[in-house]
Design a protein around this ligand. Structure first.
Ligand code: MRU
Length: 348
C-alpha cells in the first residue's frame, strides 16, 4: 500500500492526492508552512491524515526554530500551532492532534526540559499518533467487518480509506477487513463531486487491492438502491457531535436519507479522535466553504457560465437518527448516541 504521508529526515513526504489517479507523485514539505499549504490545497486530505500531518508540522516548526530555550520558543510555538489550525475548519482530528502536541510542549517546557530534548519528544509524539492511527483503522475494520453482509453491494462516499489516514482506512478499512474474512463485497463508489475523492482516490485504492469496484455519479445511488444492488452503506466522518450527528463529505446526508428510504443500514466508521463531545449537536459544527473554482471547473475546463452564483460547502451533517451504527476502534455504538458515546468515552 502506498503511504499517504511519511516522516523523513528532510521533512514530511506526501503522496500528492491532487494528482491521483493519473500520476503518482510526491511532495516534500520541509517547513511547517509547507505542511499547512499541503493541507489547505488538499495534497493531503481526510480527517485523520490532516491531524497527523499537522502534528508533524508542529515537529518541523520546533526543529527549525532559532530559539535557544523552550521559554524563548514558546510564542513561536503558539504561532506555528495557530497557522496549522487555520488550514481547515471541519475535521476535528486536526485540532485534536495540535492540542495533543500543545499539551506535551506545555508539560515539558513547564518542567524545564531542554529544547533539544523537547524537539525529540515532539517527534516521538507525532510518530505515536501516526502508529495509533493505523492501529485504530485495523481495530475499526475488525469491528465493522461483522456488520457487513456476507455478499452484496456496499456503497461508500468520498474517500475514508488509506489515503485519508496513515494506512488501511476507516470505511475502506471495514470493507478491506470484511473482504479479508472472505465476504464477497462489490463496492459502489460515489464519484463525490466536486473534488472527486471517490472516483479518483477510493476507486484507485480499491483497484490496487483487487476489490470489485464500480464508480457511479453522485445522482445514481437512489436508482441502484431501488434495484436492490446495495445492501449496506459505510462512510467516514470529519466530526461527530455528542449526539451522534455526523459531519462528512458533502452528499453524505443525501445518501443517508436514501438508505433509510430503502431500508439499507448506514454505518459511519471513524477513529475516536473524530468524536467531539464538546460539540453538542451537528448544528454547531463549522462547515468549510471551498473555492468556487472547484465547482465552476471540471478537469481544468470551465463548465458554468461566467458570473453565475456558486455554493461549495465541503461537508454536510447527517442527523444521528439516520445512522445505524458508529464504528470506532473502541467498538460499535448505536442510538441513543448521547448515551452510547458517553459510555464509550470511558473505554480506552
Ligand atoms: O475534504 P476531504 O477530502 O478532506 O474530506 C474527507 C471526507 O469527508 C471523508 O469522507 C472522510 O470520511 C473523512 S476521513 C475519515
Amino acid at each position: 500500500m502506498v503511504p499517504t504521508l511519511t516522516w523523513t529526515p528532510e521533512g514530511v513526504r506526501f503522496i500528492d492526492q491532487t494528482k491521483l489517479p493519473l500520476e503518482e507523485s510526491y511532495v516534500l514539505a520541509t517547513t511547517y508552512d509547507q505542511v499547512a499549504d499541503a493541507i489547505t490545497t488538499m495534497v493531503v486530505r481526510g480527517a485523520p491524515a490532516i491531524g497527523v500531518s499537522a502534528a508533524y508540522g508542529v515537529v518541523l516548526g520546533a526543529l527549525k526554530t532559532k530559539a535557544a530555550t523552550a521559554q524563548e520558543f514558546a510564542p513561536e510555538f503558539e504561532r506555528i500551532c495557530a497557522r496549522l489550525a487555520a488550514t481547515r475548519p471541519t475535521a476535528v482530528n486536526l485540532f485534536w492532534a495540535i492540542d495533543r502536541m500543545k499539551r506535551l510542549f506545555a508539560k515539558l517546557a513547564g518542567s524545564g526540559v531542554p529544547l533539544v530534548e523537547i524537539q525529540q519528544k515532539l517527534l516521538a509524539e507525532a510518530n505515536t499518533i501516526y502508529d495509533q492511527d493505523i492501529a485504530s483503522c485495523r481495530a475499526m475494520g475488525a469491528f465493522g467487518a461483522d456488520l457487513m453482509p456476507d455478499e452484496g453491494g456496499v456503497l461508500t462516499h468520498c474517500n475514508a480509506g488509506a489515503l485519508a489516514s496513515c494506512g488501511y482506512g476507516m470505511a475502506l478499512g471495514v470493507i478491506r477487513s470484511a473482504v479479508e474474512r472472505g465476504k464477497h463485497l462489490h463496492v459502489f463508489v460515489d464519484e463525490t463531486r466536486p473534488f472527486l475523492q471517490g472516483s479518483r482516490l477510493t476507486a484507485w485504492e480499491l483497484m490496487a487491492d483487487s476489490i470489485p469496484t464500480t464508480v457511479i455519479c453522485d445522482n445514481m445511488a437512489a436508482s441502484l438502491m431501488r434495484k436492490g444492488r446495495i445492501q449496506g452503506v459505510v462512510v467516514g466522518a470529519d466530526r461527530i457531535a455528542a449526539n451522534g450527528d455526523t459531519a462528512n463529505k458533502i452528499g453524505t446526508y443525501n445518501v443517508a436519507i436514501l438508505a433509510r428510504e430503502h431500508g439499507i443500514p448506514f454505518y459511519v466508521a471513524a477513529p475516536w479522535s473524530t468524536i467531539d463531545l464538546a460539540t453538542a449537536t451537528g448544528d454547531a459544527i463549522p462547515i468549510e466553504e471551498r473555492p468556487a473554482r472547484e465547482v465552476t471547473h471540471y478537469a481544468g475546463k470551465q463548465v458554468t457560465p461566467d458570473g453565475v452564483g456558486i455554493s461549495n460547502p465541503a461537508f454536510d451533517v447527517t442527523p444521528a437518527r439516520y445512522i445505524t451504527a458508529i464504528i470506532t476502534e473502541r467498538g460499535v455504538m448505536r442510538a441513543p448516541y448521547t448515551e452510547s458515546l458517553k459510555e464509550m468515552e470511558l473505554v480506552s
